[in-house]
Design a protein around this ligand. Sequence first.
Ligand code: RB5
Length: 147
Amino acid sequence: MKVFIGADHAGFTVKEKIKKFLKRKGIGYEDMGTDSRKSVDYPDFAFKVARKVAKTKNSRGILVCGTGTGMVIAANRVKGIRAVAAYDKYSAKMSRHDNDANVLALRGRLFPWEKTRKIISTWLESKFSGKARHKRRIGKIGGKKNA
Ligand code: RB5
């Protein structure tokens, strides 16, 4: 699996930690920016990552902004993307089991790294259940790409 990662200025510090974490875990990633704490616009990075995920087989995306909110709203505008803003392990796990989420949006501000790290691990390790009812529901959303 390859992971595309991106952040705005409010998520930059956490993105750098995520890179080290993925490296330690032996998971391949590509950093799509931003590359500093200078103010930027989150949709630019959400779209870069989401478009890559939508066209790359066996890939996922991780996005970080201040709250995760802007990133999840923007990423879900890209066809084939099922993005989740997860604030705990349960939502991270269920977004894979039931929704086959392919992008994880995280909160970069006022959130403990330990929690973020656990959310990422859970999300990366959790698998889509593949159950017919979940496939049907995802199909109704219309985002079959990279499912
Ligand atoms: C930037 O200040 C902030 O609005 C952004 O990082 C994000 O939280 C938006 O949803």
